[in-house]
Design a protein around this ligand. Structure first.
Ligand code: MRU
Length: 343
């Protein structure tokens, strides 16, 4: 398999139905789910069968389209949009994609509303695929110019998370295709292990050298010079450049800054939210205690243990060396540079 080939897909559309590779079952089983409308798509998003900021937007767009095919009306449109937007709060791609489909439908009549929704969803899917490719090129240029060979990353930002081959992981894959000796250090990403279960699965399939570490090992390894740069994805970029991403990201940014390593964030412009002024205004999803107190179905904390389980954290713009999008790179990352990406 050629390095960088977009051989992994998590979301498929056959013109009528949405199929998702159930990411809760990876790497143990490759099981495809067939969805029929907004309600089951929202449920798949909530339980992380489909995940990653761009992919939940794509899935949600198809969720609206499927409901409108069954019931082509403005009432159905509003109901579908509401149930999907409520599925997860932090990644702005979800609301962004649903609003795009809604806008396309509002300009259509009763006989064309369903095809308008399907067309808008397919357009979003194709645009995210193209954005992945452009980000990979720009990001690999940026890393190559800094002589980066070993890259630490967090969570899963590959094909399983995006419409194409990935955001941060797409950049790593592209660099590995261009330069000999590229290695990825993948953080396991507690509590749901997107790094261990999903990033390791993707890198193994692509034949890219990597090592898996526990999240707590990252700061010490960066201090010992084990990586040349950190690159992560993002779920929402605020207007001032603050970035929300999978919980644990902020700690990696602090550790990278302490030893003067580049800390890059990659994401499509669908993740940039100029309506959110700064990181404090980003809603952080709080998930259930069961994700923390049990591991692989085995209890790892006494019954009744109180839990705090934020799924994301915010890294201030000042700690981000570069924001890599399909439209260009903001570096340094500030309000003017972020606005410039969307101009
Ligand atoms: O909870 P998840 O698995 O959906 O979180 C995903 C992340 O935090 C990714 O880093 C982010 O969505 C970027 S994916 C291109």
């Amino acid at each position: 398999m050629a390095l960088g080939a977009p051989s992994i897909q998590a979301v498929r559309w056959d013109g009528r139905r949405l199929s998702l590779l159930d990411q809760t079952l990876l790497p143990g089983a490759e099981t495809w789910l067939t969805l029929t409308g907004a309600a089951d798509t929202a449920e798949a998003i909530r339980r992380l069968a489909v995940r990653g900021a761009p992919n939940i937007g794509i899935a949600a767009a198809y969720g609206v389209a499927m409901d409108l095919s069954a019931r082509p009306s403005l009432g159905a449109l509003e109901e579908a949009c509401e149930v999907l937007i409520a599925a997860r709060p932090t990644a702005v791609n979800l609301a962004w994609a649903v609003e795009r489909v809604r806008a396309a439908c509002l300009g259509a009549g009763p006989s064309t509303i369903a095809s308008a929704a399907r067309g808008a969803a397919q357009k979003i899917h194709a645009a995210e695929d193209a954005a992945s490719g452009a980000m990979a090129e720009l990001g690999a240029d940026w890393l190559a110019a800094r002589g980066v060979r070993t890259i630490l990353t967090h969570c899963n930002t590959g094909a399983l998370a995006t419409g194409g081959r990935g955001s941060a992981l797409g950049v790593c894959i592209e660099l590995a295709a261009r330069v000999e000796g590229v290695t990825v250090i993948a953080c396991e990403t507690r509590p749901l292990l997107q790094g261990a279960r999903l990033t390791a699965w993707e890198l193994q399939r692509l034949g890219i050298p990597f090592a898996l570490i526990v999240d707590g090992a990252a700061a010490g390894l960066l201090r010992r010079g084990a990586a040349d740069a950190v690159i992560v994805g993002c779920d929402r970029v605020a207007a001032n450049g603050d970035v929300a991403n999978k919980v644990g990201t902020y700690a990696h940014a602090l550790a990278a800054r302490a030893v003067d390593l580049p800390f890059a964030v990659a994401g499509p412009t669908s993740t940039v939210d100029l309506a959110t002024p700064d990181g404090d205004a980003i809603a952080i999803e709080e998930r259930g205690a069961e994700e923390v107190v049990a591991f692989g179905g085995v209890d790892v904390a006494p019954a009744g243990t109180p839990v705090i389980n934020p799924a994301f954290d915010v890294t201030p713009a000042a700690l981000v060396s570069a924001l890599i999008t399909e439209k260009g790179i903001a570096a340094p990352v500030d309000a003017a540079a972020v606005a410039g990406l969307l101009a």
